[in-house]
Write a protein that binds this ligand. Structure first.
Ligand code: AMP
Length: 325
């Protein structure tokens, strides 16, 4: 067990006001981990004020329940802040974290910005939710879990591990998932919520499949313009989900979705297998995991430069590696 887990529990016990923070544009893991810990702490310490800063939320896991209304400034002064799944301070969705009396970071990203005095970072964990499950497991004599918390945490484990497919999935991941399943999660409902799509989203997928391009060395990419988002009446999140359309093209070990944002910038979602992409993301105002990163480019010229970098990266990888697919 990581020694800081005990220190984190001690801090939680010492504070009567606790605020849990997530990152901007939270995904299923960040949402599940923050909601899951929120529920565990509320169940265990009904006398404490445990709040969730969650004006940024994730559409595709909205079935996990209501999000709270914005918190007043006064809530932060005496609070212990716990930031989950957020590598850098600038990505915390509510910058009033700086008003908290003390701050804790719990994360599974590369620790490029140790912004909290007390942190528990395990880069090899498949999800932040797995860490929350491990935290509960380590102190299960003291902490309380119910079906609501277990469902939130399990959902993030499922989504961030690619349905338990990624290399980061360990025996521990599966044991912790088993522990959560024993709490009575309705997996039929969970997977119906994760897999069923709106008809317009399906039509958009069919349209985009015909527009996937490949660079010389096989980097697959697509570009979702504002006009396309309007044509299919897509939410921004639905448009961004298009990165997954390219995840199984033989030879395309890197795949990238470019999505036009309202402010004129272009969101970049990079994914890969075998070859890493986080250093490319870092070069373009982003970062993330070795094989799943995000970035932002200002215009099409910068988009082409990023593509050229990715193409060179994949080319070098293929040349230097035997047995790539
Ligand atoms: P995304 O494609 O936005 O889902 O991002 C994939 C992974 O990269 C997630 O773990 C994000 O938290 C991380 N990520 C995305 N954008 C950034 C960024 N600008 N800086 C650092 N990490 C990022």
């Amino acid at each position: 067990m990581n020694a800081n887990m005990t220190l984190i529990l001690d801090k939680i016990k010492a504070y009567s006001n606790i605020i849990i923070f997530r990152h901007k544009r939270p995904d299923g893991d960040c949402t599940g981990a923050t909601k899951g810990l929120h529920q565990i702490l509320r169940l265990t310490y009904p006398e404490k004020s445990v709040l969730l800063s969650n004006t940024d939320f994730c559409e595709y896991v909205s079935f996990l329940g209501e999000e709270n209304s914005p918190l007043p400034d006064a809530a932060f002064a005496d609070a212990l802040g716990i930031v989950i799944d957020t590598a850098t301070a600038d990505r915390i969705s509510d910058q009033r974290f700086s008003l908290c009396r003390e701050l804790i970071k719990i994360d599974h990203h590369i620790n490029v910005d140790p912004y909290a005095p007390l942190e528990w970072v395990e880069e090899e964990r498949s999800s932040a939710c797995e860490m929350i499950a491990a935290f509960y497991d380590a102190f299960r004599d003291e902490l309380k879990m119910d079906e609501i918390a277990a469902t939130c945490i399990y959902t993030g484990m499922v989504t961030d591990s690619g349905r338990f497919r990624f290399r980061s999935v360990s025996g521990d991941t599966m044991r912790l998932a088993g522990m959560l399943l024993d709490c009575g999660i309705d997996t039929d409902r969970l997977y119906a919520n994760l897999y069923m799509k709106d008809f317009n989203a399906l039509q958009f997928q069919a349209y985009m499949l015909g527009r996937i391009k490949r660079t010389e060395n096989g980097v697959a990419y697509l570009h979702v313009t504002r006009a396309m988002q309007e044509k299919f009446a897509l939410s921004f999140e639905q448009a961004c989900a298009s990165v997954s359309y390219m995840d199984a093209i033989r030879g395309s070990l890197i795949w990238i979705a470019f999505i036009d944002c309202e402010d004129g910038s272009i969101r970049v979602r990079l994914r890969s297998r075998f070859v890493t992409v986080n250093e490319i993301a870092s070069k373009y105002h982003g970062g993330g995991h070795a094989c799943a990163s995000g970035a932002t480019v200002a215009n099409r010229a910068e988009m082409r430069r990023l593509l050229a970098d990715a193409d060179a990266r994949l080319g070098a990888f293929k040349q230097g590696t035997e047995g790539w697919l």
